[in-house]
Design a protein around this ligand. Structure first.
Ligand SMILES: *[C@@H]1O[C@H](CO)[C@@H](O)[C@H](O)[C@H]1NC(C)=O
Ligand SMILES: [Zn+2]
Length: 649
């Protein structure tokens, strides 16, 4: 709040200057940023309300816990697991919710192969984390829009998009997605077939969207944890070095040192000593912290920190690179005027660490640092490697887009409050080709079960980052003199690549991002381009096309399967009985509520459930430093000027 007042004071002064007439372009640019006040433009009472609301949503999300899955308990007469009872966290069934998202639920979603357990966890998390936020979020949208309008924007989405300093941002994103969608669809079709081999076609529809709980991740946003079910050529050396890290006794600290050594090998900055003293790299046991990994710039040129509840896994090793990339960027632009100390755009900030990780995760680099024994560069190994990268980088793309597409439409009013959840699922089905494993309705608030919604962190930056990082990779590889396929490039120890990267990063936000791209590409382009990411995955694309010759590519929404209807023992209650009940409106409401514990309010106007034509299954349709507390600070007075723009996906 104090910072808001200070900022507001500056704003009052700046907006009264005729700054648009200044002759110096950098000074004009500075003023254009200072005159955007953000939420601090609100009158004091509303600012307070919005600040508290955001804080409440975040705490509520991070405090959410669920009960353990216990298949031996609470069955309905027909054998169905009794979701209704088990999720009623406040009643007296004696369940004490103890499982939190990190690490428990993340691990469960990643490792469980029991579809019922996954379905339970998937739903219980949304009940605990998403649902309670719905009312708060509605008010939050009103206040955010009001703040945006006071800053001269149409709504809060318009305000967010202004970070990208271009009028056709949505068209740019649509264009990129259109180029990448064919690759996504090939990956989707292949993974769907592998999941059918594992779970059967009564759970995974051959021509439909994939049920969202089977992809190894709470939000189906990356699919790396089902590599074991999908790996193209099984029985070959795994490029996941998790076990080696553990065997070699790596600590969280060691993993960050490893990441730092990559930056240093390029001639970039080592982490300052305060980083090692003050970062929080291990989950504390004596207090609750928000475990979502983030990087912090305290805006004093000295104090930079990372907060990450680090596990010893390859995934967290990559995350360590990601977070350290934020700090490296912070360090590179620290000599810029205060107001330009930011990424060229938010996606650039997300990309830096990932760019290094693209090299760091190559089998050749892992061998170089003794994490992998000799792996020959056979076609099969290449495909395995590219496939595991695609489960991360390609699988993520539609989710990376739709989170903000949903929010932009919410902020603009195109999605009304009564459609929050159904429109969320429209986007999930249309873009990702995943469907909810259970009926959803408008009492649910599934967007709220994803950190960035309650925490109010814009998301499309990750989509853009996943594309622009391959542009970076391609250019740095060129600078490093790499020849051969792009996915084999490793820029470790290349001073030339380091110099080029430094030239781009040290600009901070002093120039519009197209100019930064122009520096990166030596003037070849100033646009976001899908070319490099497509080039990187080209060998995989060809392989997937040949594998998918007989597959249905894409998905039909009306083929989706609602697994809530499939009981653990299907013979106990024939589907025909369920279908018959669903056809009668009065019985439908009671069935839905007794079977799924759902209150289906406006079922007729917003149908979320159709019947499959074969009647065998039911189907579903559907620069400024901020002021959030570094919640592990010992001395809370020194966080006034901190800059946590940098959360993890
Ligand atoms: C991008 O490059 C084009 C063509 O070279 C140029 O006309 C345009 O002004 C550049 N855009 C920016 C924002 O630098
Ligand atoms: Zn990040």
């Amino acid at each position: 709040m104090e910072w808001s007042r200070f900022h507001r004071h500056k704003w009052d002064q700046a907006t009264t200057f005729a700054w648009k007439n200044f002759s110096s372009a950098p000074v004009r640019r500075m003023f254009s940023f200072v005159t955007v006040l953000g939420r601090a433009a609100l009158p004091e009472d509303k600012l307070k309300e919005l600040t508290e609301l955001t804080q409440e949503m975040k705490s509520s999300y991070s405090a959410a816990k669920i009960c353990r899955y216990d298949p031996t308990r609470r069955r309905l007469d027909n054998g169905d697991y009794d979701y209704n009872a088990d999720n009623d966290l406040d009643n007296d069934i004696g369940c004490i919710p103890t499982l939190s998202l990190e690490p428990h639920l993340v691990q469960l979603m990643a490792t469980s192969r029991d579809p019922e357990e996954l379905r339970y966890v998937w739903r219980a998390w949304r009940d605990a984390a998403g649902r309670p936020l719905r009312g708060k979020y509605t008010r939050f949208v009103e206040l955010s829009n009001e703040a945006a309008r006071l800053n001269g924007f149409e709504d809060a989405g318009d305000f967010w998009r202004s970070d990208y300093e271009t009028d056709d941002f949505e068209d740019i994103i649509d264009g990129l997605w259109a180029e990448l969608r064919p690759l996504y669809e090939q990956l989707h079709a292949y993974v769907r077939r592998k999941l059918i081999e594992k779970y059967g076609d009564t759970i995974v529809p051959p021509r439909g969207p994939i049920p969202a709980h089977l992809l190894g991740n709470m939000w189906a946003q990356t699919w790396t944890h089902i590599l074991d079910l999908t790996v193209p050529y099984p029985g070959r050396p795994s490029v996941d070095v998790t076990n080696t890290l553990r065997r070699q006794g790596y600590s969280p600290f060691d993993m960050f040192r490893l990441s730092e050594s990559f930056f240093i090998s390029l001639g970039l900055e080592p982490m300052p000593s305060t980083f090692w003293q003050k970062s929080l790299l291990i989950k504390p046991t004596d207090r609750d912290v928000i475990c979502h990994a983030s990087a912090w710039d305290f805006c004093n040129g000295i104090d930079y920190r990372i907060k990450q509840c680090t596990q010893i896994t390859m995934e967290d090793m990559i995350t360590a690179h990601h977070e350290m990339g934020h700090i490296q960027y912070d360090l590179q632009y620290r000599n810029q005027p205060f107001i330009f100390r930011d990424g060229a755009n938010p996606a650039f900030h997300e990309a830096v660490g990932d760019v290094l990780a693209l090299s760091a995760a190559t089998p050749s680099h892992l061998q170089e640092i003794n994490l992998l024994a000799n792996v020959d560069e056979s076609f099969e190994n290449d495909i395995n490697f590219l496939f595991s990268m695609a489960l991360d980088k390609i699988a993520f793309l539609p989710f990376g887009y739709l989170v903000d597409k949903w929010r932009w439409e919410v902020f603009s009013g195109e999605i009304s409050e009564s459609q929050y959840n159904s429109r969320w699922w429209d986007l999930r089905v249309n873009y990702q080709g995943v469907s909810a494993p259970l009926l959803r309705d408008e009492d649910d608030f599934d967007p709220g079960a994803k950190f960035h919604i309650p925490a109010n962190v814009p998301y499309v930056r990750y989509f853009v980052s996943f594309i622009v990082q391959f542009q970076f990779h391609a250019e740095l590889c060129k600078a490093a003199g790499h020849s051969g396929p792009l996915h084999r490039c490793n820029i470790y120890r290349s001073a030339e690549a380091g110099r080029l990267l430094r030239n781009v990063l040290s600009l901070g936000k002093s120039r519009p991002w197209p100019e930064a791209l122009s520096v990166l590409t030596s003037g070849r382009t100033n646009q976001l381009e899908a070319g490099p990411i497509l080039e990187y995955f080209e060998p995989l694309m060809s392989w997937l096309e040949s594998q998918n010759k007989d597959e249905f590519i894409g998905w039909q929404e009306n083929e989706a399967i609602v697994l809530g209807v499939v009981s653990s023992n299907a013979s106990v209650r024939p589907f025909s009985a369920v279908i018959a009940a669903l056809k009668s409106p009065s019985r439908r409401a009671s069935l839905l509520s007794s079977t799924f514990g759902l209150r289906v309010t406006d079922f007729e106007t917003s149908p979320v459930l159709w019947l499959r034509s074969d009647s065998s299954k039911a189907v579903q349709k559907d620069g400024m430093c901020l002021r959030e507390p570094w919640n592990v600070l010992r001395n809370p007075t020194d966080f006034r000027a901190q800059k946590p723009h940098t959360e993890f996906t």
